[in-house]
Design a binder for this molecule. Sequence first.
Ligand code: PHE
Length: 457
Amino acid sequence: MALQQKGMHGTWGSRWTFIMAATGSAVGLGNMWKFPYIAGSNGGGAFVLVYLGCILLVGIPVMMAEVILGRHGRKSPINSMRDIVVESAAHRHWAHVGWLGVLAGVLILSFYTVIAGWALSYIFEVGSGELRGVSGDSAGAVFARLLDDPSRLIFWQTVFLALCVGVVMGGVKKGLGVAVEVLMPLLFVMLLLLLGFSYFKGNFDAAVSFLFRFNLDQLTWRGVLEAMGHAFFTLSIGMGAIMAYGAYMPQRANMGKTILMVAFLDTAVAIVSGLIIFSIVFATEGLEPSAGPGLMFISLPVAFGNMPGGLLIGAIFFVLVSIAAWSSAISLLEPCVAWFVETKNMGRFRANLVLAGFVWLLGLGTVFSFNIWADYKLFGFTFFDGLDFLTANIMLPISGLLIALFVGFVMNKKAVDSEMLGANPSLETLWRFTVRYVAPVAIGAVFIMGVYDKFFS
Ligand code: PHE
């Protein structure tokens, strides 16, 4: 059975729009908030090296596999997987891969909207000028006050979710497509502006040596698992987002080049964000790179507040982070919305409202884990820590592993070839080998060692 060439949701206007959409999905809080702080807490250089290895050996091949599935299925990840499983005469349980991804996506969205809400609120916190000359302690107190106040957290979470729903309701061409075409160029301009600022006003050399000095002794298996989980998270793979976007890709676009471009842009933004953040942090006496999740919200405001012109730049920085989060979050909503539209006979409007309502409710768990539920822990995890660990370090690697095995061994070979058309033959062979052997072995080994390290040692 040949699957249809066109889906019911439409396609991107061009290959360029797909690149912007996929890059918009990939570049987000993961690059600007999470990457710098997990690199910081894992000692810098060695972690960065492992992370780059994971992007190259695991991330890119799996991303390609996921886009192949999406473009071949032309539907929401759940239905695409189901159709392709039938077409390939594979065991029906393979279809669960689609479900696993979409479930991970919805769980991630629930905490993503809360953290993105922090960034939104910091545009005003920093922009109001009140943090001028702020000390580390008072910046910590400002952040603690935000986290302690569920109603403020819920307010910003709601504003952010509404922004996302507004875009996704518009559909593929007029909503998502238009949004990414405006937001992404804006994002790159702002990023370059900030890079210039941190180069001239920050301690750029210290940032470079922190990110690229390979001190292996600080690296643990847990850190390696974190690097791999993060490679999935940052490329938006393993959760249906890239599969859904692939479903709207024009048939003729060259797959390999396109994906390499997206992965390159994503990695570049992570490194540049790390350089910006650490050169600003190192320029200020007494700030630690290993500050954890508060790095962006405590250390950076202190640095901004004590630099000439820093507060304006600081406000721009948080606008940038919010835009990056926005263009990512819409890609987490889309797969499930598409599924509702296909399967539940709902319009986009209703599908968005239903899903956003559910995500909002689930997000309250993350909101409360910073205040009234802060003491409820399971295996040492709060609700938020648990969701973060479960999705990034467990669900995404498993889903990635299954996607690699499915496309590598199970999916109808002719179908895979038809999607790879136009690819350079030796690159294609290299990809096939990586997706069949290298990626699954790497994911399996890192996963087992990392989970063992976390729970049993
Ligand atoms: N890749 C995004 C980031 O780095 C997060 C994300 C994950 C977005 C999954 C969409 C899907 O922030």
